[in-house]
Design a protein around this ligand. Structure first.
Ligand code: ATP
Ligand code: MG
Length: 551
């Protein structure tokens, strides 16, 4: 029975549907297999949405499996961050597994291969092996240790495990084909010696399985039906299949899809780690980073990320996705969910001279024109207000070209009154210090009886009720569009202006109780999220994104 519409299926969904319809599998099992050697990035979000999404769509299961076979680079900090990020994206895993849980089983698998004559202990150093390995067009030669007896191999392998040898002194290799055109089939390493403490198994092991030996076997142990990975692993597939066949274990099948690459950024944990360690950014969760923790802190929502991933789709062709597509998804989502508030980035004082000194009038402001349920809020209109310096010109061009404020010009203060500018003062620095105006009592918003028409509408904040804040304005971390195409160091392409801090911002009084993680739109300015660096004395906002694409 068809459960999902055929034309909406991508090639992996089609494959799964065929496998279910043919009875090859009763149910599917997928897994997301991160190596805990860094924080997850937006590329991983694609793999997460795919693996968890398929399990959801086809009523199957998805495990979280940490591929923790490189003890030098791995850490529990990464394990914890990965779990947090997957949950934030809105997914829950069925089993939580670690390749290191299988070290005992994998050791047994290796012994089984030795006993079949399909693996041997090799004493050649990496360099010496490279010399006999050949090239894709030149067949390799056999290692002089390739024909050791089963007994000798078993003994040496055990001695490797027992710590008798130093790092690099011996390896365990699969005995496959030294003339295979696929270099991964030329007696690949299955186990290497690493006298390094592991973040989970401590000093229990001093030999660790390679990616190729751990990954497919872990899939098989977990009865993963569809093992999805990125295209660069396509050349590993023959080895994946060879090992499963030799071991006669559950036949997990590997299928590859294209990595997500994003313009103006890098999606590689190694490079992101370099940015963190070199202090080019404030940390893995710096809001300019393409990490899940970075975009979360910046104010991107999981819904927007998922919409974006859906739009990118799943294919087998590598390419680079325009970051504007992600930004567009974020804008659309924030437009729907964010309340509008007044935030003035470059405040200048405006005094309404015909407004009584202590009078406060309650005005009604609409929270979100896109969402009636968001309701309204009260704003206090007072004699002294802040407006944005950019909304005033001392000597403006004709009213047709300049709708905003200038001497003798009229504008509406949104949700307030129409005012007319009567003058201004300058400070010692020559900058406008105070603007003076008179309001027209007939023009209260919603109750205007004056018949006046003005084109300009300005945002404002009452001086008395203003909340002072710092905002962090982010731009793209790199100024180069395609960082896969460059020859030099990617760090040469960092945008020197990717962060600008403004600590002179004033916000309307309703933001007094803003909490970390709140998302708002400052009218006409952009979308902002309250940052973790906020204190009782000062709110800090990250600009998530501008209202329009400025690039
Ligand atoms: P990196 O190169 O950033 O270290 P990785 O592939 O080594 O990435 P893993 O932790 O091994 O990172 O990846 C876990 C899963 O996420 C793998 O199945 C991998 O194929 C997938 N993945 C990693 N990067 C991307 C990407 N850019 N697009 C799609 N899937 C990705
Ligand atoms: Mg990796």
């Amino acid at each position: 029975m068809e459960t999902v519409k055929r034309e909406s299926l991508n090639f992996i969904e089609q494959l799964i549907e065929n496998d279910l319809n043919s009875g090859k599998h009763q149910a599917i099992q997928t897994r997301f297999p991160p190596e805990p050697n860094g924080y997850l990035h937006i590329g991983h979000a694609k793999s997460i949405c795919l693996n968890f999404g398929l399990a959801e769509k086809f009523n199957g299961k998805c495990n979280l499996r940490f591929d923790d076979t490189n003890p030098e680079k791995e850490d529990v900090e990464y394990v914890d961050s990965i779990k947090k990020d997957i949950k934030w994206l809105g997914f829950e895993w069925d089993g939580e597994h670690y390749a290191s849980d299988y070290f005992g089983t994998l050791y047994g698998f290796a012994q089984a291969l030795i006993k079949k004559g399909s693996a041997y202990v090799d004493d050649l150093s990496q360099e010496a092996f490279n010399e006999i390995k050949g090239t894709p067009t030149v067949p390799g030669k056999h290692s002089p240790f390739r024909e050791r007896s089963l007994e000798e191999n078993l003994l040496l392998f055990e001695e490797m495990k027992d710590g008798k040898y130093k790092n690099g002194e011996k390896v365990l290799r699969a005995k496959i084909d030294m003339s295979s055109p696929n270099m991964h089939m030329r007696d690949p390493i299955l186990y290497r010696i690493r006298h390094t403490e592991h973040h989970r198994t401590g000093n229990e092991w001093c030999i660790y399985p390679t990616y190729d030996f751990a990954h497919g076997q872990s899939d098989s142990i977990e009865h993963v039906t569809h093992s999805l990975c990125t295209l660069e692993f396509e050349v590993h597939r023959p080895l994946y299949e060879w090992l499963i066949k030799e071991l006669e274990i559950f036949p997990s099948k590997q299928t590859e899809f294209a990595r997500l690459n994003l313009s103006y950024t890098v999606v590689s944990k190694r490079k992101l780690l370099e940015l963190v360690e070199g202090k080019y950014v404030a940390g893995w969760d710096d809001p300019r980073m393409p990490t899940i923790s970075g975009i979360r802190r910046r104010g991107f929502t999981p819904e927007a990320v998922k919409t974006f991933i859906k739009k990118v789709g799943v294919a087998r062709r590598d390419g680079i996705t325009d970051v504007a597509l992600l930004e567009h998804a974020v804008r659309e989502d924030l437009n729907r969910r964010c309340n509008r508030v007044f935030g003035i980035l470059d405040p200048v004082k405006l005094v309404i001279t015909n407004w009584p000194e202590d009078k406060e009038e309650v005005m009604t402001a609409v929270n979100n024109p896109e969402d009636e349920a968001a309701g309204t809020r009260e704003m206090l209109f007072t004699r002294e207000l802040y407006i944005d310096r950019a909304d005033f010109m001392e000597d403006p061009p004709s009213p047709k070209k300049w709708y905003r404020l200038g001497p003798d010009r009229e504008v509406r203060l949104k949700y307030g009154y129409i005012i007319k500018c009567t003058g201004f003062d300058k400070g010692a620095d020559g900058e406008i210090a105070t603007i003076y105006a008179e309001y027209d009592p007939e023009t209260r918003s919603g109750q205007d009886t004056s018949g006046k028409k003005v084109k300009g509408t300005l945002g404002w904040v009452s001086v008395k009720h203003a909340v002072h804040a710092e905002i962090r304005l982010y731009d793209r971390l790199f100024h180069t569009e395609n960082l896969n195409d460059i020859e030099d160091d990617f760090k040469n392409h960092l945008n020197p202006n990717s962060l600008e801090i403004n600590d002179k911002v004033v916000l309307e009084g309703s933001l007094k109780n803003a909490k970390v993680d709140d998302l708002v739109q400052f009218e006409r300015v952009g979308y902002f999220r309250v940052d973790e660096d906020s204190t009782a004395d000062k709110l800090v906002f990250n600009r998530t994104i501008t209202l329009r694409d400025n690039w």
